[in-house]
Design a protein around this ligand. Structure first.
Ligand code: SF4
Length: 353
């Protein structure tokens, strides 16, 4: 069995936070899941740039001591800090001794996984919930959330709020309640990015109607995804921010599938043309067409996420796109990025530069 703590999403910190602060909860859940499927071995794949989570998990493993007879062993493994390394098939490939790159499916890991054996892959947060449900019961878990999506979720909130960080919310909570928990915004907002870099933009004007559950977000074309809420202030240029993200997403392609390698690069180049301005109608048409062409064309869902992000940006930032078309780059284009960027060796995210 594999615990997926690769957390390659730059705007997410929930897995590393959970493993740093409550590692035994995750390990308890992993042992329960392993017992349920009869696994003899648990591999915990943790992002290499999460030293706090590594230390917390290693300490917890030492406290637990050697597994008792019949209990599965638990081994900690470092996963490269790469966006697609957290894709299920990439993680399984890496833990089996291969590169941390997605593989074509089928077979899915439960059919043929690490070292060719059937493998259950679970997320850190799911396992923490499992351990709590085992202790307190399913009725207790269902006291929170909605009928469709009971319980709570961990959300990494970043951007101009007084206290960015990881928050536990009840499924179905208003987005404004999350912002209140973070003691409010520090500057007026332009938009919210939901789900992460493979997520969906929502206009800040609609923020009051947004609730945090997949059913509530579906009409907006969004999901909670990696449990990420990124706020963008109205001082930023959303087109320049989009250009930085799409270029970064293109660089994260594992360069195995043509539509992903060439399509994401073409999308990034086209978004950069939008920043520069000039005649835009055909550029926007080309972008919409490219997004359609890469969607569902890779071995993994990386291109689909990039396509979703771009499609929602064209919709939400129509006004800024028109301004760029008429006047070219705006004054805000040169501002440093507000969005989180990938961690290198540091624990905390920093804006994309
Ligand atoms: S879709 Fe892109 S990221 Fe995914 S496996 Fe293919 S080349 Fe790699």
């Amino acid at each position: 069995m594999v615990v997926n703590a690769a957390e390659g999403e730059p705007a997410s910190s929930k897995d590393r936070t959970l493993l740093q602060s409550l590692p035994h909860l995750v390990l308890d859940g992993a042992q329960l899941a392993a017992a349920a499927v009869g696994a003899h071995e648990i591999l915990l794949g943790l992002c290499e740039s999460a030293p706090g989570a590594h230390a917390g998990t290693a300490r917890a493993l030492a406290e637990r001591g050697r597994p008792r007879r019949g209990e599965p062993s638990i081994e900690l493994a470092a996963v490269p800090n790469r966006y697609v390394a957290g894709q299920e098939s990439a993680l399984v490939n890496h833990l089996g001794g291969g590169p941390a790159l997605p593989t074509f499916t089928p077979p899915r890991p439960f059919e043929r996984g690490v070292r060719g054996r059937p493998t259950l892959v679970c997320n850190v947060e799911t396992l923490a919930h499992l351990a709590l449900i085992a202790r307190h019961g399913s009725a207790w878990f269902r006291e929170l959330g909605t009928a469709d999506q009971p319980g709570s979720a961990l959300i990494t909130l970043s951007g101009p709020v007084a206290y960015p960080g990881v928050y536990e919310i009840e499924h179905g909570s208003p987005l404004t309640a999350l912002l209140d928990a973070a003691e409010g915004t520090t500057t007026p907002l332009r938009a919210v990015l939901l789900g992460g870099y493979a997520g969906t933009w929502i206009d800040a004007g609609m923020l009051r109607g947004v609730a945090l559950s997949d059913a509530h977000l579906a009409p907006h074309g969004a999901t909670l995804g990696a449990g990420v809420v990124v706020l963008l202030s109205n001082e930023a240029c959303p087109i320049a921010e989009l250009a930085r993200i799409t270029r970064w997403l293109a660089a994260q392609s594992a360069r195995q599938c043509g539509p992903c390698v060439f399509g994401l690069d073409a999308i990034a180049t086209t978004v950069e043309q939008l920043v520069l301005g000039g005649s835009q109608a055909h550029v926007q048409r080309r972008l919409a067409s490219l997004a359609g062409l890469v969607n569902r064309r890779g071995a993994c869902s990386h291109p689909d996420g990039a396509a979703r992000l771009v499609a929602s940006a064209l919709d939400v930032f129509a006004e800024e796109l028109a301004d760029h078309a008429r006047h070219g780059p705006c004054a805000a284009c040169a501002r440093p990025s507000e969005l989180p960027r990938p961690r290198a060796s540091a624990e905390r995210s920093a804006p994309i530069g």
